[in-house]
Design a protein around this ligand. Structure first.
Ligand code: AMP
Length: 400
């Protein structure tokens, strides 16, 4: 959904345009109605999902710039997040009269106190410094309409539970509470239960396939042999749908043109295509009109397909998280899935890390470079097996 479909005030649309935000991210689309309507919300969402703007866009519209008081309070676990959150709000509120401000430890408290005494509408804070300021008596929460607990699981990990409970207990009147967390352990559930009124629960965590539902195949072959190996591998498999990941747009293009004649019902997708084209391809793939989709990670972000039986890493993923993210597109809902990854010589150290970190049991198609004495050599192109057929003397001579 596009932001322009939301009926947003001109000053926010102007900021969004300047920031280059056109389409809402899934978390923004899913949470906007609840946040805008004032409902409490408990959202399971990953870092980097667009949570900040998801909160800021509806809330900016509700803050009264004429009222000189803190109206939105955001609690974050670290200074870095505090600054990052603040920077995003500043940009989104750039064409309004609102004053956002961040307070965190390690920064001159006197400056913070004088700014707070002057005018602040949206306060982003780490719990420790906020409590200091509360004890100093320079803060009033009398006009707070909304409290946000961002990265709640991280807040709790660093031992802030009591601090948070204390801070929230200082808001004495009814208000909206929004909680964002990447995981939902028992203590977060309890916190949500204790400090929220009938919250809406939203989960936007990509369901990651456990290692037990995916078989992890690897092929250590010469780059020139990858295409032939891929076609051979797919021909020997029962493929419902396969997602083939490349690390760059131009690789997606090149691979598509190289293999389109061998694989039927294939298309490709990357961030260089228009949004309309990408949406069309996603629709076709989701409705199983396409069997193979070559994609870059940017284009593949947030895609949820239920019929993917195979994930191919044409290029080795950047890190183990990216590997999990890509391969998690298969083996969903308890179904079996297969991941097939090409390895080159320089991928071997990262492969070792991947296997260790993700506790993967690799199945090798061809050579296993990890068990070879030397992995410093580039895999040699495998020669085609030839059956010896004696040639007529004349032909041999000609070949010489
Ligand atoms: P956050 O999860 O809030 O830290 O956001 C992650 C990143 O996504 C930040 O760099 C934001 O600037 C960016 N972002 C948030 N919403 C959008 C959007 N609708 N379109 C494009 N980028 C966005």
């Amino acid at each position: 959904m596009k932001f322009t479909e939301l009926n947003l005030p001109e000053n926010i649309l102007k900021a969004l345009k300047k920031m280059g935000y056109e389409d809402m991210t899934p978390i923004q689309e899913a949470t906007y109605p609840a946040i805008f309507s004032g409902q409490d919300l408990c959202a399971l969402a990953e870092t980097g999902s667009g949570k900040t703007a998801a909160c800021a866009i509806p809330l900016i519209q509700k803050v009264d710039p004429e009222l000189n008081a803190i109206q939105v309070l955001v609690l974050v676990p670290t200074r870095e997040l505090c600054m990052q959150y603040m920077a995003e709000i500043q940009k989104l509120a750039a064409h309004t009269e609102l004053v956002p401000y961040a307070v965190y430890g390690g920064f001159d408290k006197c400056i913070q106190v004088s700014t707070l005494k002057h005018k602040v509408h949206i306060l982003v804070a780490t719990p420790g410094r906020l409590i200091d300021l509360l004890y100093d008596g320079v803060l009033s929460f009398a006009q707070v309409k909304c409290a946000i607990l961002d990265e709640a699981d991280e807040l709790l990990k660093v031992g802030f539970l009591e601090d948070i409970e204390f801070i929230l207990s200082c808001i004495l009147h009814e208000h909206q509470t929004l909680l964002f967390s990447a995981t939902m352990p028992e203590d977060i559930k309890k916190l949500a239960h204790d400090c929220m009124r009938n919250p809406q629960h939203i989960s936007l965590i990509t369901e990651r396939a456990g290692p037990e539902s995916i078989e992890h195949y690897f092929s250590y072959c010469h780059p020139k042999q990858k295409q032939e190996e891929l076609i051979k591998y797919l021909a020997g498999e029962v493929v419902d749908q396969a997602l083939i990941f490349c690390n760059a747009r131009h690789k997606v293009d090149t691979l598509f043109h190289a293999i389109r004649k061998d694989l039927k019902d294939i298309d490709y997708m990357h961030a260089g295509l228009t949004q309309d084209k990408r949406s069309g391809i996603i629709r076709k793939f989701r409705s199983c009109k396409l069997r193979y989709l070559i994609a870059s990670d940017v284009a593949g972000k947030g895609l949820d397909f239920s019929h993917v039986s195979h994930v191919i890493n044409w290029d080795f993923p950047r890190d183990s998280e990216q590997y999990t993210h890509r391969t998690g597109r298969t083996g969903r809902m308890g179904r079996k899935g297969k991941a097939f990854t090409f390895i080159s010589k320089h991928d071997v150290p990262r492969l070792r890390d991947l296997i260790r970190i993700k506790k993967i049991t690799p199945c090798w198609i061809g050579n296993d470079p990890l068990s070879e004495i030397s992995t410093t050599q580039e895999p040699k192109p495998r020669r085609k097996k030839r059956t010896f057929r004696p040639r007529p003397a004349k032909a041999v001579q000609k070949a010489e």
